[in-house]
Every structure is written in structure tokens, then in C-alpha cells.
Design a protein around this ligand. Sequence first.
Ligand SMILES: O=C(CO)[C@@H](O)[C@H](O)[C@H](O)[C@H](O)COP(=O)(O)O
Length: 216
Amino acid sequence: MEIYLDTANLEEIEHVMQLPMLDGVTTNPSILSKQNLQPKAIMKEINQRVDGKVWYQLTKDKSEEMVNEALEIVELLDHPVIKLPMGIEALKACSVLTKQGIETNMTLVFSVSQAILAAKAGATYVSPYIGRMNDIGLEGLQFIEDTVNVFKAQEMSTKVIGASIRSNHDVVAIASRGAKAATMSLKVFKQMLEHPMTDKGLVQFSEDWNVYQNRL
Ligand SMILES: O=C(CO)[C@@H](O)[C@H](O)[C@H](O)[C@H](O)COP(=O)(O)O
């Protein structure tokens, strides 16, 4: 399973990016807007700190402009993934970028039919937003399962990446339903990593070891 950090915060990225299980960093306009640098400057800074894929979401409306924006960003990154917000113009741009060998992600996908169209346009990934679906009473996990099943049945190679993930339990739930990737905040990543019983066990082992060493 691919695991991404959903952030443009350089301190957060430096804090964990050396860990080998992280596959890169995903961003979107809201995430970038929290920084005080121009978007291209932030993307370059992220790229310097990440040994993996760096995802950038296009901001233009028309497919031609989207393709041009994507090509400018691709120049700046070692392993770019271009995110396109679901829509007719994005589908057109996606297919152009795919034909040029650029990895793409159709984001803001909220129905299986949208996911099918994204896959047909050649998207490398589609992003269902689990948290935001659950917030409005939709079944985020069922959606992941249905999309994975349709892709399997149709032999479509597009991967499902779970986005808008709110806890480590969401990560496990989407993994067990066949999502190939997840993107999450540092908080959720830490939830995946840490457990109070691990901490308690470490303290106990260390105390027992010290007692044993002092006795010898
Ligand atoms: O779509 C991707 C990655 O494919 C993400 O970067 C995605 O934009 C973010 O996970 C969401 O915007 C975060 O959603 P939320 O936590 O604000 O509900």
C-alpha cells in the first residue's frame, strides 16, 4: 500500500519523510494556501525534501490551460503526480497528460460513475474523499469497496487512493477494501505508528533490563 503525507508544511515533511514507508506528499490548493510562499516555490521546496512522488493539483478551468499548468509543474518535480479536479475539462486534460506518460490523479471523486470516467481517461489514481462523504451521511467505505470492485471487474489499472482520511482506523478500513494508497495528515500518520501499549511495554522492558543489569 502506498502511503502519502497530505501536507505542504515543510517542517512536517522534514520530520517524517526520511521514513522508508512514506511514498511522497500530496497537496491541494487549500493545503498550499496555508503556506507563505508562491506555489511553485513551495513545490520546489517539497521536492527537495521528498524522496518519492510529489502531487500538485491544477487550478485552471480549461483543459488546454490545465495541460500547460501541468507541464510547468512537471518540470519542477522529480516524480510528479498531477491532480485534476473531476469534470469534463479535467477528463480531457487527463487523457492528454496520460498520453505524455505523466502520472495523474482525478480528485474530488464522489461516485463510482465518476471513477469509471476517470479510469477511462487514463488516470493513474482516483481519490474518493472518505471523511467528507461520511460528513454528509454517505458511505465512504462502501464507495471505496464498490470502486475497487468495478476496477477489478473491468480490468482497469487505475488505483484508488483514499483521501480526507480522519483516523488510523480509516486507513485500515480502506486497505482491507482494496485501496492501493492513502493520503493522511501527520496526526493520522502518528496514530498509525503509535500505541499506548507499545509505550507501556517499552517502559516495562527497560525497567526490567535495568534491574537485571544492576543485579549482575
Ligand atoms: O485528493 C487528495 C490526494 O489525492 C488529497 O490531497 C485531498 O485533497 C485531501 O486529502 C483532502 O482535501 C483532505 O480533505 P479534508 O481532510 O479537508 O476533508
